[in-house]
Design a protein around this ligand. Sequence first.
Ligand code: ACO
Length: 311
Amino acid sequence: TEQDLERRFQARVDAEEKIEPKDWMPAAYRKTLIRQISQHAHSEVVGMQPEGNWITRAPSLRRKAVLLAKVQDEAGHGLYLYSAAETLGTTREELVEALHRGKAKYSSIFNYPTLTWADIGAVGWLVDGAAIINQVALQRTSYGPYARAMIRICKEESFHQRQGYEIMLALAKGSAQQKAMAQDALNRFWWPSLMMFGPNDDESPNSAQSMKWKIKRKSNDQLRQEFVDQTVPQIEVLGLELPDPKLRWNEARGHYDFGAIDWEEFYRVIKGNGPCNRQRLQHHIKAERDGDWVREAMRAYEDKRRGREAA
Ligand code: ACO
């Protein structure tokens, strides 16, 4: 019966066995995975926009080459993730259509603008830094194709994080103006980076079930705290001021305390009303339309080839 199947499924998950595409799985497990993996894939691809914004304006040929490679990597991450989602019986076209209709989300962080070159440093350092913390945990997620995609992505992501930190280091040790630019980027990206981990655990509707199914291996708050603990010493190395006056080492907890997150801002952004939501979606839709002729040409070629074979 269905109940026996579910019990057996949960026992496999509890025994740390990976679930593979052709294995039986509860419909809700499949649905949750498609939601999370597609949101993750869309994030990788939409995330190319704020960084792509600076490719032509990178301050040197070396910086341009590095940024170009990094942005291309993000497209690759999107492809691994769309492929992982497709193993669950959905198509990439369906997933992209859901994004365009505003039915599928992507990470809140990519709705903020990159105003200066220092923002490219802050995005690599903080945004990719936060992404790694989340994704290292997901290397142990229960669904095999997702876990394997994460292993590869994490390797590339750690290069991204270091290139961002290196930009920040150059600016923080540079002129007073450069240092101010780095500080401003840190101040603007700090809170949105903390929001990347999602709502607090007691406000997170999906967490309990996703933890039970081992889709998520650590909670939103656990991961956020890891990020804060890892990042504060890095801010100190840069010699920048802390972006939150409440950031303080708590000896008893063995962690840094931090101030209150503006959850109203978070919900405003994920409901489509952040600073760049419309621009990001419009750009994605336009890029899709601009590529239509390539897909049409491929189809026409394929039809012609089939016709020739049949003749
Ligand atoms: N941005 C946009 N939406 C978010 C965010 C965020 N930062 N955090 C949470 N949400 C959404 C959830 O998707 C969910 O909405 P939905 O049910 O309509 O999908 C709602 O807020 C409530 O959140 P949770 O119940 O906590 O949702 P979930 O269990 O899915 O946890 C999390 C959210 C932590 C983001 C999880 O989905 C995850 O780990 N995803 C994979 C990582 C990822 O997507 N990274 C992309 C950014 S990094 C990069 O691309 C470089």
